[in-house]
Design a protein around this ligand. Structure first.
Ligand SMILES: Cc1cc2nc3c(=O)[nH]c(=O)nc-3n(C[C@H](O)[C@H](O)[C@H](O)COP(=O)(O)OP(=O)(O)OC[C@H]3O[C@@H](n4cnc5c(N)ncnc54)[C@H](O)[C@@H]3O)c2cc1C
Length: 471
């Protein structure tokens, strides 16, 4: 059932598992646990609908490379899925195994650990298919694409969620479930902790009502910034044995290095392949060096920099050429100094406001530029294509760059407590019954958007918690 805590709030709420945050992570976890017969308390700080008045609760400060944090998180049921774009794809196997480019380690689990989760995640995100295998899809037979044979690059695909607005799409399931007690307008503000566990938690409404949450397990699923902010605000910060709560913030950053003149009608963009809602990109083959970033092509108007004359002058033919803008989505490096900290100012709930220092130095663009150069040479040698640089140097430290609004890495998963905040099950290293769900647990991120993996990890966490509750 969904209740509004402003009018309906007992002094104590109890469940097997208490989850704070009703975005994709929290909603999928709650419904998966209920399907396994577990009693769930799901508290959501916002209401059922958009608050219409902005969300000053999320006000923040930033430093380092400019980052548009304000407005990139939403505070009502469904969370930031209320305006996500719906691009989905699982991480590649190499995202779990590649040696990281920074000095923090990568994933402690491999891609197989998420196979079952990804299949269910596709259903939760209402994606038509969970198949991303270019060979099985028959992509290169069905679409007019560049020839990538022996180039060291491969085609990969993104699929699309409608996009699912998790709050409205699953409100009825939450409301109908007798095992789920979902309270909206109720904010988690404090954990009561012993040395190694959470004994209870305190949640409040904006109007000042308060209640105690009791559960065998507690999960924070409040988004990639709030998860770290909330932990940092506790009198004793859980999982901070390595000083990494808040550290390692990452987002997929953009780079737009060039223009291409090639055959007209290349089918890279979304919606170009009959019967399948796909977008095709190019990425380095497994086992090759450099970041697992991807190259996107978008049709564009002829440009002075690359006039059609370039094409018709070629000896190989006079067919009309097509113009494409080339952009890249890039795998970020996790760095300690890229981090969420707390300021002195407090919000209406008394929580200290977050400060993001986004450390994305110009040197991070060097491997990206080298990768593009490799792609450019390989494509030019194998295809009728002329490629022109439009930007060959890294943006300065304070320049704006494109971001994905993907808040990752601030409560990183690790094989060893010395390298992270949560263990491979998502459990905070030094608290037996406290878990973190969402992209804040990602220690590495390839180029795939985060939400499908958030859902896959939530499915996996539900199976894990179900087993622990059995004990
Ligand atoms: C413009 C934009 C476009 C995007 N496009 C894509 C895309 O195409 N593909 C993709 O994969 N991802 C995309 N994303 C990212 C995607 O929205 C997030 O990955 C996803 O919503 C994260 O899910 P979550 O449940 O972890 O967190 P959120 O969706 O942020 O949900 C967290 C929830 O916790 C609640 N909460 C916060 N604090 C508290 C508290 N103290 N107590 C109780 N509840 C609390 C919030 O109200 C919210 O409902 C996009 C994001 C933006 C901003």
């Amino acid at each position: 059932m969904i209740h509004d805590a402003r009018t309906d709030l007992p002094e104590v709420l109890e469940a097997d598992v208490a989850i704070a945050g009703g975005g994709p992570a929290g909603i999928v976890l709650a419904l998966e646990l209920a399907e396994r017969g577990r009693r769930v308390l799901l508290i959501e700080g916002g209401g059922r609908q958009s608050p219409n008045g902005g969300t000053s609760i999320y006000d923040n400060t930033t430093s380092g490379r400019p980052y548009p944090l304000t407005g990139s998180r939403l505070r009502w049921l469904g969370g930031t899925s209320n305006h996500w774009g719906g691009w989905v794809r699982p991480f590649d196997p190499r995202d779990f195994t590649d040696a990281p480019s920074g000095d923090l380690p990568g994933w402690p689990i491999d891609a197989d650990a998420l196979n079952a989760g990804y299949r269910r995640a596709a259903a939760w995100c209402e994606v038509g298919s969970a198949d991303y295998d270019v060979g099985r899809i028959g992509l290169e037979r069905r679409a007019r694409l560049l020839d990538l044979a022996n180039t060291g690059f491969e085609h990969r695909v993104f699929r699309f969620s409608p996009p699912t607005r998790f709050g409205s799409r699953y409100a009825e399931s939450l409301d109908r479930s007798e095992l789920i007690d979902c309270r909206v307008n109720l904010n988690l503000v404090e954990l009561q902790q012993s040395e190694d566990a959470v004994s209870s938690a305190r949640a409040v409404t904006f109007e000042g009502r308060s209640c105690t949450l009791r559960a065998r397990h507690f999960v924070i699923a409040m988004g990639g910034v709030e998860n770290a902010r909330f932990l940092l605000d506790q009198a004793r910060v859980p999982g901070n044995q390595a000083g990494l709560v808040g550290g390692g913030f990452m987002d997929h950053f953009g780079f737009t290095p060039g223009l291409m003149l090639a055959d007209a009608g290349l089918q890279y963009e979304r919606g170009r392949i009959a019967g399948d809602d796909l977008m095709t990109v190019m990425a380095p083959s497994a086992g090759t060096e450099g970041p697992n970033s991807c190259v996107l092509l978008t049709s564009t108007a002829p440009d002075d920099i690359l006039p059609p004359a370039y094409w018709t002058n070629r000896t190989s033919g006079n067919a009309a050429g097509g113009h494409y803008r080339i952009s890249m989505i890039n795998a970020p490096t996790a760095r300690r100094e890229s981090r969420i900290t707390l300021g002195d100012e407090r919000d209406r709930l008394g929580l200290r406001r977050p400060h993001l220092h986004w450390h994305l130095p110009p040197t991070e663009f060097e491997p990206v530029i080298a990768l593009f150069e490799r792609w450019m040479d390989a494509i030019g040698a194998r295809n009728r294509a002329r490629i022109k640089w439009t930007r060959k140097t890294p943006p300065d430290e304070n320049d704006n760059v494109g971001v994905g609004y993907h808040h990752m890495g601030t409560t990183r998963m690790s094989a060893d407590p010395a390298d992270g905040v949560v263990d491979p099950d998502g459990r905070v290293w030094d608290r037996d019954n406290l878990y973190v769900a969402g992209s804040s647990v990602y220690p590495a991120a390839g180029f795939a958007n985060p939400t499908l993996t958030i859902c896959a990890l939530a499915v996996r966490m539900a199976a894990h918690l179900d087993q622990r509750l059995e004990a």
